[in-house]
Design a protein. Sequence first.
Length: 403
Amino acid sequence: MKINTLPQEFIDAQPILKTLENAGFEAYFVGGAVRDMILNKPIHDVDIATSAFPEEVKSLFNKTIDTGIQHGTVMVLDHGAGYEITTFRTESTYTDFRRPDKVTFVRNLREDLKRRDFTINALAMNYSGNIVDLFDGLSDLKNGIVRAVGDAEVRFTEDALRMMRALRFSAQLEFAIDVNTQQALTKLAPNLKKIAVERIRVEFEKLLMGSQASESLQIGIRDGVMAYLPGDIGTWDLSQIILDLKSNQANTAQVAWIHLLVHSNLNVKKMIQFMRIWKMSREDIKVTSLIAPLVHHIETAHKFELYQVFAYRKILFEVLCLMQVSDETMQRITTIFANLPISKSADLAINGADLIRDGLVKPGPEMGRVLRIIEKSVVLEQLENTPDVLITYIKGLKSYDKN
């Protein structure tokens, strides 16, 4: 197979291949970029594999960074962009189920491609656009199949994360999983316990955002993979999650997590504990723990609850759309947001500096408490948002506190 019209991403990188070839080495575009080009999907990072050893690569280019030189990877910064160039290699055993104990550089493309995870990722393309397909990856792309290269049990034993990647590619590409690959996944799923949570989270989030997320989740449940994910998935209403994902998918990781936790029986404290187990960022934990509990009772949510998530209202609406909440509820929430007297605390007619200047409060927890009281009162339209009204109210509040 030959690609007659290369996408611009590959054209921009062709000078790298030409430099390597002119020096007598083999060089190919490899991996996901080649796969996505054939599938007419957006191309992300363009990776290059070569018969040149790392020091030989470095000698050919002016600007390089040793991004993973122990594994044969050098980033070349010539020609206005960064391209990772990796030497053809073979790998030894993986005693930690993640990294090879030893990497051996080789000059043979086949040896390099046969260590890759799936046939659809074991494609290579030369400078002229000729596709090198040594493991029937083109056939699997055409037929929509995720198949391990060679022995699936060997591939999954080398790196257990590949099992999550199988489910992820199935969800993203709407591909079926090959029978032998699926059997190996079922057998070796317990090895996921030995993989870093952060690596699992990345693949799981991509799975949840895939157009076939519902089917991949069902495969994960059927084959026992879900049982080995971090935390206790027994708290999730998986049937409802799968039902929602049949019609729509999250477009961000935050929406995906909120959707999952809405369909759980966890209170806010346990939600936060669960998210920490998954090593989620502080921002993701903050947003999720604000929105998920609110969505639990969105039908009766009141004005101040919605005000507190005003900055994240876009995320809230995306979650509600994913859950197919009624049009009536969506309209009610939209109306409440549109009619809020203020959208953030900075919209208050007075601030902490005003209170200190007028001698009403001193800096510290007391000032925060007072501002929160008037903020809620303004949102609920119990107080008019003017300096005079708010200061008069605070004076009365302070007088009451003294008594």
